[in-house]
Design a protein around this ligand. Structure first.
Ligand code: PA5
Length: 443
């Protein structure tokens, strides 16, 4: 089994991590006992091992139907109803798939912003194309995806008729509640349910993530298999020293308490950009409460070494880095020799690009540690479905433990309502009359 691994020797000693061992174990125990804060949202804890092959077959069949009918499928959703699928699809896709054309159905995203130009240009692209929609919203009432769905549903029905549109629209939502559930039942769309006890940012291994990932042509059985193996590796019965989630949660809490308030998730592989976006939501929404919590940030190296490198090396010493390092690339490419050697790089001729990247990674680690930036490292054997599945569960489990160690409820997000209230008040939404008056008086 290709296993992901965590090392923290460039950040902390074993003794430092040990100093919070009892707390970390207690947090894990609370999680497993289901008697902590937010315990009605623990459906993700044993989700990987509870997913049946039959269920995955059903998701694959629905994906196959969309793939048969559509050149493009637009996955509509935001936050936890967007980032998981986006992360996995970006990580596994050919970086230039959009320009190479031809092979299979492309998955695009909408409803993750309110960009007028974005939506206009998407509609332009879809004009005359065979396309379908996966509308994903747990609450079924989120404004951003609802606007995108309105536009794209109308366009789809105009292009292929209401009957065929029904064959190309899948709704992923609550079992009974919300506007999307009502609409799906009324229109007779195929639906998948987001379990009540799985919050948005923990939902990538439900159809929220699995369906778009399967439509993009990736192996959801391997993804879930990797997560299920990580569930075992992080089980309560595993000794603390061998449980990667427990070790990561412990390490980051020790660092936080020593004044490291910002964690930067680092990659040296551009395909992992959205891993960090997903991770930022997972940790930011889970821990940023009661005026506490590590601020989750991210960089793509070596790209950002040429922009953020100075700050990280020499700015305020309140940061630590967690590097997601990929051991093996999918492809092999060597640097060619050049007769003129004007750039002086012939000393690299014949060496693999990844060999250079790995030395950039090592050199950066040494420089940043020398500069006072503790460095955690998560090594993944390769960017595959199986390894991403492991990473997903590893980060989720560590997040639950870490949130409890911090003393917050890691499974709610009361803070995200504030902007919505103001936006509705500013837009004169019926029912917000008093808020409208109050906010307009402040302008
Ligand atoms: O983690 C969360 O709960 C949020 O980020 C939601 O996922 C996001 O707001 C989308 O919500 P919904 O799926 O209800 O449309």
């Amino acid at each position: 089994m290709e296993k992901i691994s965590l090392s923290y020797e460039k950040a902390l000693t074993d003794a430092q991590v040990q100093s919070v061992a009892a707390e970390a174990l207690a947090a894990q125990k609370t999680l497993h006992a289901g008697n902590g804060k937010g315990n009605d949202f623990l459906g993700w804890l044993h989700l990987p091992s509870s997913i049946t092959p039959e269920f995955l077959d059903e998701v694959e069949q629905v994906a196959a139907n969309l793939r048969k009918r559509c050149e493009i499928v637009v996955a509509i959703g935001i936050g936890g109803s967007y980032l998981g699928a986006k992360m996995v699809i970006e990580a596994l896709s050919d970086s230039f798939a959009a320009y190479k054309g031809g092979k299979g159905t492309q998955v695009l995203f909408a409803g993750q912003n309110i960009g007028e130009d974005y939506l206009y240009e998407l509609q332009e692209l879809l004009r005359g194309k065979q396309f379908g929609l996966i509308n994903i919203s747990k609450s079924g009432t989120t404004t951003e995806p609802a606007i995108a769905f309105r536009l794209l549903k109308k366009q789809l029905e105009e292009q292929v008729g209401k009957e065929e549109a029904r064959n190309r629209i899948v709704a992923v939502t609550d079992a009974a509640r919300g506007a999307l559930r009502k609409l799906a039942d009324m229109e007779g769309y195929k639906t998948f349910v987001i379990p009540d006890n799985v919050g948005g940012r923990f939902s990538v291994l439900t159809p929220v993530g699995l369906l778009p990932i399967a439509v993009a042509g990736f192996d959801i059985k391997q993804l879930v298999g990797g997560a299920a193996d990580m569930e075992k590796a992080c089980d309560e019965s595993v000794p603390a020293a061998e449980n990667p989630a427990l070790r990561y949660a412990s390490a980051r809490n020790v660092l936080y308490r020593s004044g490291k308030k910002v964690e930067i998730l680092v990659n040296f592989n551009p395909k992992l950009h959205f891993l960090a976006e997903w991770w930022k939501q997972l940790y930011g929404e889970s821990e940023g409460k009661e005026h506490k919590g590590i601020f989750p940030a991210s960089v793509d190296f070596t790209t950002d070494l040429h922009s953020m490198g100075q700050w990280i090396q020499d700015g305020e010493r309140t940061i630590f880095e967690t590097v997601v390092s990929v051991k093996n690339m999918k492809h092999t490419l060597a640097i060619p020799s050049d007769d003129e050697n004007l750039d002086g790089l012939n000393f690299l001729a014949g060496k693999r690009i990844d060999g250079v990247n790995k030395m950039a990674e090592l050199g950066t680690q040494i420089a940043h540690v020398d500069g006072g930036v503790p460095n955690l490292k998560i090594e993944i054997p390769a960017v595959t479905e199986y390894c991403l599945g492991q990473l997903i569960y590893f980060f989720e489990k560590a997040c639950g433990i870490s949130g409890y160690m911090l003393g917050v409820n890691p499974f709610d997000q009361p803070g995200v309502e504030a902007y919505k209230k103001n936006m509705f008040a500013l837009l004169d939404k019926p029912g917000y009359e008093a808020e409208s008056k109050a906010i307009k008086a402040r302008l």
